[in-house]
Each structure stands twice: as C-alpha cells, then as structure tokens.
Design a binder for this molecule. Sequence first.
Ligand code: ZN
Length: 323
Amino acid sequence: MPKKNACAARVAAMTDDEFTELAAAVDERRCRDEYGFGTYAEAAALYRPDPACPSCGAAEPSRDGWSESGLQRYRCESCGTRFNSLTGTVLEHCRKELATWVGFVNLMRFNVPLDAAAETCRVTHQTAWEWRHRIFAAVDGCQERIVLKDRVWIDETYVNDTDLAHGYGEARKRGLSKQKLCIAVAIDVHKNPVAVVCGHGKPSAKRIRDGLQSHIAEGSTIVGDKEKSHDSLVRAVKGTHEAYRADVGDPVYLERMSLVNNLCSWLKRYLWRFTGMDPKNLQSYLNWYVYLFRVNQARDRWPETERVVRHLLMTDARFHSST
Ligand SMILES: [Zn+2]
C-alpha cells in the first residue's frame, strides 16, 4: 500500500477554482525545478534580457515598468514603440501558462499526433495546431545557416502529394511522377543533415544545384549514386565527385551510402506521422526534423527542451494564421 498522502485531504476539500489554481501552481513549480524557469517572465529574463526594438531595431530600449504577468516592459528611445520582452517572438499573446507550452514542446520533440498533444496539454485541437505552426515559424530559418563540409552524401527521396494530404493507400493515378514531391537530402561526415523540398517529379540538375549549393562548403567531396543531375552541383561547389551505381543488391553500394539511405528512411517514417498535412508546409516539417536531429545530437551537452524554449525566446518570428 502506498503511504498516505499528507496533502490528499486538503486537496479534496478545495473548491474547483482553488484546485485549478493549485494545479497551475504545481505545474509552474515543476517546470521551474526541471528547466530553470516557471513563468514567461522568468524565461524571458534568462534568454531575452534586453531585446532590441521590434519596430526599428534600436538597441537598449528604456525599461518601462512591468506587465500584469510580470514581463519587463520597454519603450524605444528612437521611435517611441512600447513593447515587452516577448514582443516579436512566437510566444507573444500566449494565453496559456508557460508550463503548458513546455509540456507541448516536450510532446513535439517526440512528434506525437496533434490530437494526443491537444488532449494531454488540455488545449483545443485548433490551439495545438497553431502552437505547432508557431514553433515551425521560429525554426524555419534554421536550415539556411547549415553548411555541410568535407565528405557529403547526397540523395533524393520522394513523397506523394496525395499521401501527405489524405493518407497512404488512397486511390491515385499510378506512375504519374508529377504527383511526387522530391526532397533533396544531404548529410556530411560530421552527421549534419539537410533536407529541402525540390519541386515535383525527378529534379533537373539545376534544381538539385539550387536546392543544395548554399548548404555545401566549397571543395567538399560529394558522394552519391551515379546521377547525371549531381554533376552541376559538384562543379558549383568546386568539389570532387564520388559516384556509385545505385544497386540495393550490392553490399558495397549499401555500405557506402548507408548514412544518407538511413536519413531518407528516417525522414519518410517521420513524415508518415503527419498524414493530413498541407503539402505546402512540407518544408517546415523538414526544417523541424533537421532542427530536432541537431538538438538530439547535442542532448548530452544541452537538455533538449530547455534548448527549444530558449530558441523560441531568442528568435524573432511571427506566426501568420492565414492558413
Ligand atoms: Zn524603435
């Protein structure tokens, strides 16, 4: 038998309102104990101590009191804009407690279905959908700065538009490659990945080059299957080409390409979880995948959830609810 809980009688005697407040206070404290911040104000003080003006970008705004929820308020000396420490981040105007958000980030790290996240966090499906896209908005620029180097494996993988939108096994016209969205995938010897949407159907040399060139350092060795469409990319990055004939029955080919082949299959397995997505959001899902890949790699040095919350606070981004 578990030991009698000393708080049980007091909790049982509470009114519904008191109980709701207690639950929120417990969540707040647990969040603080685990991650080092319990409220938006505490997280903002840690990660966004003196933000630049969101209107004109001027640094060192004057402090201008506190908001009701304890957020530092500012007034810009140059343009007069008043704002607080969350203005211009995706956490601005968030009506739920930070602990609820942190719980949602935790579930998103495991890519649980939206319905499960909504129910666990006690928010509506619509709110969960919006939060997912707020997080995407903060992470969307992350891949742009990734540059792979030294030895870089590249490949293409395909997903079906209609599969993304309606589910697998849906009736569709077979063999119509125009329905397939191409994802150009690359990973280097340091295990940095990149994944970019590369249009419909089999990509031309130009589309491959446009998709990957900015992500590969000059002079890299590009390893891929014997695809003519890779030549232009190799020339553009002044790299050397190492090409193997694609043959899944050949153990040498499989071993040499295993890193990028694995990445392609992980990526597909990940995307299958989001059946029902709008294909025009595919790049955002890929950005989140690549972002998480890196967060998970560094988990020993940097706990994942703290890092994601820090990122949300430090990134100027806006969520547009147009869709
Ligand atoms: Zn200003």
